[in-house]
Design a protein around this ligand. Sequence first.
Ligand code: 2NL
Length: 348
Amino acid sequence: MGLEDQLKKLEQNGLSEIKNSGDLSKLNDIRVNLLGKKGPLTEVLRGMRDLSKEDRPKVGEFANRVRDNLTATIEKRRTELEKERLNRKLAEESIDVTLPGTPVAQGQPHVIQQIIDQIEDLFLGMGYQVVQGPEVELDRYNFEMLNLPKDHPARDMQDTFYITKDILMRSQTSPVQARTMEKHDFSKGPLKMISPGVVYRRDTDDATHSHQFHQVEGLVIDKNITMGDLKGTLETLAQELFGDRFEVRLRPSYFPFTEPSVEADVTCFNCMGKGCSVCKYTGWIEVLGAGMVHPNVLKMAGVDSETYGGFAFGLGPDRFAMLRYGVDDIRNFYLNDVRFLSQFNKRG
Ligand code: 2NL
């Protein structure tokens, strides 16, 4: 067989081998076999030494074309196989974007804190400052400065956690207000503050009593503050926490630190004032205590009680939460059972 025939046969065999090659590594083997130094093409080209000078360029050109054709076909096949491999990979590794995601457990502020946050936002919006203070207090700030005389029953060892004769766990957040009033420079403007926080009483825990609970107290001191200012403020608070249609009613009461003192009721959320078992058929629910700051309290904090006066109120976020969510046992708030607390997860 002449060299040209050998080349033609080699080309045909090569092309069909390339066409039938099923994967990239086989294709590479084929390329090395066909075109490598020990391959048939090199072998044929070596035979060109024996050709005449006239035949050599013609056969040489033919051989080059065969090599180029084989090389180009191998490249084409390689591109095809690579594309196939990529498509296979994409199909195998495809992500089903419609699959439901893995839920991430998310916490939320404690339900009592949610209520405190809401109260803070409201009063911050009305220009009040939010002030915190120590839970371990001096008797002086917790009682003395709030016009609670030494023989007052609230100062009884039975009712308060005393640490020493003069140091106690605060039984209200008023000491924070006494401290703030004492420091306030009234020539720079009025004092408007709320003090949210934890307070302590020596109570035996039951459905309606907890030895540790929360209080938010509010205090405004300025010239010409009236009971009307107090009532308007409490109405704004009730409507923020319960809804637009809620009204506030003040009843006379007694606290040592206010004179006059009042108890504030809001429209019963259950019957909207008609009378039901929740409000004991009065149409009203008691939610907080308040009053005009007692002149003695002003004097003891170094405030001129002839020029300045103000109102104060104290409320229990625990009671608010119980009313709002129909919780009948205060201890639920302190057991930290996630099954209970997660019910108040606004994020669901
Ligand atoms: C309640 C209601 C109240 C106050 C707290 C207060 C604070 C200062 C001056 C005057 Cl610094 N008053 N706080 C006033 C009225 C009621 O709490 O049921 N307390 C046992």
